[in-house]
Design a protein around this ligand. Structure first.
Ligand SMILES: [Mg+2]
Length: 376
């Protein structure tokens, strides 16, 4: 069958949940378990595509959104109409709905790119016409916002795995945050690229104080120092501190990233493919950043294996790619969902992760694992 004749025949959303072997801690609290929703898009040619929606705590709600809100506009359509389908899915709710709707669209959109790649016999990064990296530079994410002993042990573990870049979670107070940044710099030494992530823990004055210390310690970037919607705050903070600011994981669409980029408030933009509308919209954000000479660093966070796969493909393609977020804690939804892992800290070579070269996302979902993690 020709690509022009492909038709979507079914859309199935799988709500998944996994308990983590060890709870993760950020300035926003403890996370003992994680949810994702996996989207399976079938075609009449027998090609199936897979995608993922960021869901965090409530994957059944996302699965319902995919199957009740989005599926009606997909039936019988050609997956190569991905951009048109993106607009049609966004238009299913009145107004310019973002949030959960765009996260739901992400799962479908990633699956459509998987189908397009499989139909063309090309990996997604080739379909994107990208620069075609065979492997991508990775940073370890993240040293938990726990006690000093845990932070030191986690840092040593990342170094032992061969990481050349590490991110550190920080939170209140500014003094405690600075002490943590100092500790990790001392353990890692001067040659490792270090960044911090505050997950919006600070106001602008606190962030200024922390930012000054980070600059003096030679940190690479200061991520989400203040709440993501405070665009003016980011602009002011950029003028007050020398350290590079990073943000964007909390944004859903390019129009949200636009103001951070146009004011050069951030030096790194970090859309998450499973939140920011999939490959179609994430690429738009990364391209927009490139137009402002801002680096793109895909956010993967606590997402699962299909988000990692999409992110590695985008990283391989985008000219302004900087570094890939490689999560270092064990997450069954990332390590066990596929027949073979992708973008995993367990497969690091020289501080890089390999880019799958097979068609589509270059990965295969393990249906037994899918069933094992499904919320019933
Ligand atoms: Mg972050």
């Amino acid at each position: 069958m020709e690509a022009a004749d492909l038709r979507i025949s079914d859309v199935i959303a799988h709500p998944l949940r996994a308990r983590l072997p060890q709870a993760q801690r950020t300035s926003q609290g403890d996370w003992p378990a994680l949810d994702i929703a996996v989207v399976e898009v079938r075609t009449d040619a027998g090609i199936t595509g897979w995608g993922e929606c960021l869901a965090r705590t409530s994957s059944p709600a996302y699965a319902a959104a995919v199957e009740t809100i989005l599926k009606p506009v997909l039936a019988g359509r050609n997956p190569f109409d991905a951009a048109a389908l993106w607009r049609a899915m966004r238009g299913r709710l009145t107004g310019r709905a973002g949030g959960m709707l765009v996260e739901s669209i992400a799962g479908v959109d990633i699956a459509l790119w998987d189908i397009m790649g499989k139909a063309a016999g090309l990996p997604v990064h080739r379909l994107l016409g990208g620069v075609g990296r065979a492997e991508v530079f990775a940073y370890a994410s993240s040293i938990n916002w726990g006690d000093d002993a845990r932070a030191e042990a986690e840092t040593r573990d990342c170094l032992a795995r061969g990481f050349r870049a590490i991110k550190v979670k920080i939170g209140q107070t500014p003094r405690a945050a600075i002490a943590r940044a100092e500790l990790v710099r001392k353990v890692a030494g001067p040659d490792i690229r270090l960044s911090v992530d505050a997950n919006w823990a600070f106001d602008i004055d606190e962030a200024t104080e922390v930012g000054e210390a980070l600059a003096a310690l030679g940190y690479w970037w200061f991520e989400e120092p203040i709440p993501p919607e405070d665009i003016e705050g980011y602009r002011l903070l950029r003028q007050r501190t020398k350290v590079r600011l990073a943000a964007g994981e909390s944004d859903f669409v390019a129009t949200q990233a636009r103001d951070l980029l146009a004011t050069r408030s951030v030096g790194v933009i970090q859309p998450d493919a499973a939140r920011a509308g999939g490959i179609t919209e994430t690429r738009r954000i990364a391209d927009l950043a490139d137009a402002f000479h801002v680096a793109y660093a895909p956010h993967v966070g606590w997402s699962g294996a299909l988000c990692a796969a999409a992110s590695v493909q985008l990283a391989a393609a985008q000219p302004n790619f900087l570094v890939y977020e490689c999560m270092v804690f064990d997450n069954p939804l990332r390590e066990e969902l596929l027949v073979s892992r992708v973008g995993s800290h367990r497969d690091l070579v020289g501080g890089n992760v390999a880019v799958p070269q097979g068609p589509g996302l270059g990965v295969e979902v393990d249906r037994d694992a899918l069933a094992r993690f499904t919320v019933r």
